[in-house]
Design a binder for this molecule. Structure first.
Ligand code: AMP
Ligand code: MG
Length: 344
């Protein structure tokens, strides 16, 4: 199959958006930018189209898709939102928050992988918004990568993974957040974080009664034997081919450890301030300013892909904290490192 590739220049190319919307309406697959990562979209009411998404990605059939809407209220057509959904929508939508709700019959089982719940998200990216509006249906979309590889944060990443397997790629530039959305489950006033993202526990606490974090977020080994609240937690995910060495140490000790133990050609993620301290025979992956964790989040997946492109055997990364936006980084890295932490 030939994959069309178009630059949409910030969501204002109505002709291209219209063409993409037509592809979605007739059951095809379109990759599109969102503020989190690129999504691979299909008509959420079309079970066969959803199966094509699983096939193009090589995604395990039991891992459900997130359904994207143009306006938070559109969820009422296919889900059973609660009063807390409306409160959260008021505060955080459009934006990087996904809410798991009871589903209505109109959503096919293929989309929810047989679950009686559906995950709903309203993206803020202007291209994503224009595409969903133009298609006139909710769009089911997982991340637009081959299953198991790091999520795509540029259209080129999507091209590398899915060229020839999908109908179209819309290029809207690099994603501003760079990590997947926060996924939550609601129980009345209470909220459980199933996957951390840019909408943090602390932010959710300002709206919800209590906010808890599913055990598997911090300790993926807790879910190895099935029975997980969110199926995506089971999979290795987010992993490059290189071995990720997650090091628990302060910045100085981390740099000293890398200097002593890394082999020539290994890669190291470090703060921009620390770049001069990295040995010249290592691949230095600059992750932004040391006290701006959101910059590191935005660059994480591209950095992992760079390490693979340059054939690094190892990628050394300093273990992030578990508060605020750092929890999302921690969650992705602990999986990429297969739960191994090197304590210094
Ligand atoms: P992706 O869009 O590739 O980041 O994957 C979407 C993730 O959302 C899945 O891996 C699940 O963990 C989560 N998800 C989607 N639908 C549900 C659902 N009905 N219940 C719980 N988690 C869900
Ligand atoms: Mg994904």
């Amino acid at each position: 199959m030939e994959t069309l590739f178009y630059n949409v220049g910030g969501g204002h190319d109505n002709q291209m958006i219209g063409r993409a919307a037509h592809i979605i309406m007739r059951g095809g697959l379109v990759a599109f930018p969102t503020e989190t990562v690129y999504g691979l979209g299909c008509n959420a009411y079309d079970g066969e189209a959803a199966l094509r998404v699983f096939k193009a990605k090589g995604r395990p059939a039991d891992n459900p898709l997130i359904v994207h809407v143009a306006e938070p209220h559109d969820a009422y057509a296919f889900a059973e939102p609660t009063p807390m959904y409306d409160k959260l929508a008021e505060r955080f939508m459009p934006g990087p928050l996904t809410v798991v709700l009871p589903k209505k019959e109109i959503i096919p089982d293929e989309v929810t992988a047989g679950n009686d719940t559906v995950a709903v998200r309203c993206p803020s990216d202007p291209t994503a918004h224009a595409l969903i509006k133009s298609a006139g249906c909710p769009i089911a979309a997982p991340s637009a990568n081959r299953s198991g590889s790091p999520s795509p944060t540029t259209a080129d990443h999507v091209f590398d993974d899915l060229d020839g397997r999908i109908d179209m790629i819309l290029d809207g530039g690099p994603c501003t957040i760079g990590l997947e959305s926060t996924v939550i489950k609601l129980d009345g006033e209470n909220c459980t974080i199933l996957r951390p993202g840019a909408i943090t526990k602390e932010m959710l606490e300002e709206v919800c009664g209590t906010v808890s974090v599913a055990k598997a977020v911090i300790d993926p080994s807790a879910v190895k034997d099935g029975n997980v609240p969110s199926p995506g937690m089971k999979y290795k995910h987010y992993a490059p081919r290189a071995e990720v060495v997650l090091v628990s140490a302060d910045r100085e000790k981390f740099l000293a450890y890398v200097s002593e133990t890394a082999s020539s050609g290994d890669a190291v993620m470090c703060a921009e301030e620390d770049m001069p301290a990295v040995r010249s025979d290592l691949i230095c992956l600059p992750m932004g300013h040391a006290d701006r964790p959101e910059e590191a989040s935005q660059r994480l997946y591209a950095a992992l892909r760079t390490a693979d492109d340059r054939r690094a055997a190892h990628v050394f990364v300093r273990k992030p904290g578990t508060d605020g936006v750092e929890l999302a980084m921690y969650n992705r890295l602990i999986r990429a490192a297969e739960c191994k932490i090197t304590e210094i």
